[in-house]
Design a protein around this ligand. Sequence first.
Ligand code: PMV
Length: 363
Amino acid sequence: MTNATDFIFDVQHKAATTVASGTFTWSAPSNIALVKYWGKKENQIPANPSLSFTLSNCKTITTLTFTKKEEKGIRFDLLFEGKPKEEFKPKIQKFFERILPYCSYIEDYHFTIDTTNTFPHSSGIASSASGMAAMAMNIMALEQALHPAMETSYFHKKASFLARLGSGSACRSVVGSIVVWGEQADVEGSSDLYGIEAPFAVHHNFENYQDVILLVDKGEKQVSSTVGHDLMHNHPFAAERFKQAHQNLSALKQILQTGDLTRFIALVESEALTLHAMMMTSMPYFILMKPNTLQIIEKIWAFRAKTAIPICFTLDAGANVHVLFPESVKAEVLEFIRADLSVFCQNEHFIEDKMGNGALLIK
Ligand code: PMV
């Protein structure tokens, strides 16, 4: 068992070396949850465990430059695509404040953070998962420079732990193709504090699993996920939902091992609709799906019934649709998407992505 206190820098690493300045660049991917995290406790502890596929093409690339300074305090400049971006600063300020108890050294440096996303800025794809994971990797690279004896497993665990403090789902964007976050009795090593790579063999049906993201609505979310998570407090169905997430995770673990695509489809689509059902049954209630989201879902169901090709959908906290399918049917599905689904996307825009492997040191 790891406790949050195990991640406090001073306790763990008294014999730190000194580092005057330096720069790192990390990329971190987005991820798509199949068993959804919706509802949390204090300190970004999830109300239920979740499982996600790591993506490959949708990612954030962040360069962190640091210089040691005399006075203590959180100081940084923030650039987005090379230009100062004041609007993003409060989020990073909050991230630094939350990680400070675990990374006391951040008060000794001035940081310049330069960040870019590979996906369009206003695509409705949340950059918080990839963005916070890329930040956490850079901070851990600095910590490793201060403490070169650090073990890789600790690096990954703490990176995921820090990413979680920035944005819950970001902890699933550090390492592995399939990631579990949240304590689950039958997933060994699972923790509420960080994500872990699925600790079981996965059937080849899921190798390079494809995810095409249909950009139905590129606008800002009307309801932030922070507000959404909060509405699970006093939600009439919360207790049942949290119980169901545990059951679905157990079932999905089995499905991923056996390669049963029929059960996979049923579970994944049910999870997506359950997430949105929680939104529709909270008080206040809200709907993030758009008419085109439903049009797409109906088309997917009709295509699957007609062709028996095992494609399915999942949804994030928004109107966009993730179309999931095995690599073996890629050509037929892409043809279907171009011909029948792209018309429901803003400017016919969709992003072809697939399962990836986690964050990467670029420089
Ligand atoms: O990481 P947050 O706080 O933005 O929450 C993400 C919640 C969902 O994307 C809806 C589900 C999930 O597990 O990623």
